[in-house]
Design a protein around this ligand. Sequence first.
Ligand code: ATP
Length: 588
Amino acid sequence: MEYSILADSFFKMESTTKRLELTKILVELFEKTPHEVISKIVYLLQGKLRPDFEGIELGVAEKLAIRAISKSSGIPIKKIEEEYRKGGDIGHAASIILEQKTQTTFLVEDITVERVYETLLKISKSEGSRSQDMKMKYISSLLNDATPLEAIYILKILLGTLRLGIAENTVMDALAVAFSGNKDNRKILEHAYNVSSDLGKVAETIATKGIAGIEEFEIILFNPIRPMLADRVKSEQEAIERLGNEFAAEYKLDGERVQIHVEEEKVALFSRSLENISSYYPDIIEKIPKAIQADNAILEAEIVAVNENTGEFLPFQELMHRRRKYKIEKAVSQYPITVNFFDVLFSNEKSCLELSYAQRREKLEKIVKEDDFARYIPMEIVRNENEIEDFLENSINAGSEGLMLKQLDKPYQAGSRGSYWLKLKREYQNKLGDSLDLVVVGGFFGKGRRTGNYGTLLLATYDEDEDVFTSICKVGTGFSDESLDQLYQILNPKVTIKKNPRIISEMEADVWFEPELVIEVVASEITLSPIHKAARDKIRKGAGLALRFPKFTGKIRVEKTAEDASTNEEMITLYKGQKKVAHDKNLI
Ligand code: ATP
């Protein structure tokens, strides 16, 4: 397939943020795409080469790209850098440079999607001392044959700056329309995506086998399943209202959620945001196969740091010591853990998602043999407020955050935050209820002691309907000197020249970031705001929601993606809940 078709679509998509229009452009593109390249197109659209969980990084630096442009155009590096500074985007600088190319190539080949894809894959795999030269050779060979427009999008993918603002749901809408003529089939596609986390594979399946193929789509061992999430409740009473008079309560441990895929000695670990985290936990990789009594399985557990002497649970932050590339053996012995199992999603070649919670728990206890390292999360069946309160007390005393409450007769809903699982934390029982996970979208330079750091951050919630990030507050308290430095290190590479179109804010920040990092904040309450954009017009026309007295808790939520942040729906529920409490107490 000619790469120019894809480049034209990229160009059209970049000039709109409207979801309907994006879908239309995608449908046209998919209709022109031969089946054998559809998965590649879907990855490229998201600026990727393979699904995220494979962890393939292109890793091309700006400097190298500029050298490659110089090599293929014969124009000096200085001139290209000048052009880049003027426009702020290497892709566009390259297209201007290529227009004025001084070198003529004699044999210009049309470039195809396949060729671009294979070359990018080779670039991502080049390693070792000569890798920089090899990468440059690959890039300049593509640029030699590329038109200026094609060059823009080759470079944007290479540098990781292609941001078309298309959400996975939009891609699925377009796949449903293009290959089944009916947008409502998106729901079936979603299921396939939820169990495989691989949109390319889903696209290939519907293109080659139609909707019937998607209906038969099955879990693939070593492809992570998108996790089921919980809704929050504020009180025991609310839990009973929502779950009925008999349900399971489990400790809500404060650790890292892990999905463990195991077949004989082969083990892979995926985080809550589906990153492969196997290298941080060599102890799990070594010990878990011995605890599993099945040919193969996919299990969920919470990894918790423990005090070696007392066996007590330690807070989530302790696990951060494991997130390192080198000397992991030392971290393993210094920061011991236990693996606390709470679910089974697949065993002996069969999906367990359709089984009820009670059946899955029973199966789990058959599959996992408990020892000091592998344990089941403590669980009890509860029937009334007192029993919940009692178990909550035990759970908090054991060092956990609260309880997870789960309906006994319900299946596992991959990829959704439903009402079959609820979480009850002690801290919810204050006025606002919960801490919030917000996306860092902008920064303001610090003064005094904070000079050289971002003293204040602009935070946003996730708007699921529009797939955008809406401003909700500025936060400037709760930071230690250490956390300010740490945040600066993480945020600096995310600085963009222009505000990402997915950020909705009236406030002007000193710098804008790619909306990627999630941090945890607490606040005294939610108020209406004329400036902020969260849930704008939803409660009152012309007003959004804002946080009063927000404070950073010190938790950087590395395991969450921006789309996992607190949503506007949640904010509206919290706002209404807060009003109700005030009303009940005759405060308003
Ligand atoms: P939070 O910010 O409260 O950790 P979350 O958005 O990461 O929530 P939720 O599904 O809302 O995810 O809350 C459940 C989280 O709690 C899981 O992601 C998991 O890490 C953790 N957890 C601890 N114990 C359990 C348990 N028994 N069952 C399920 N999840 C548990």
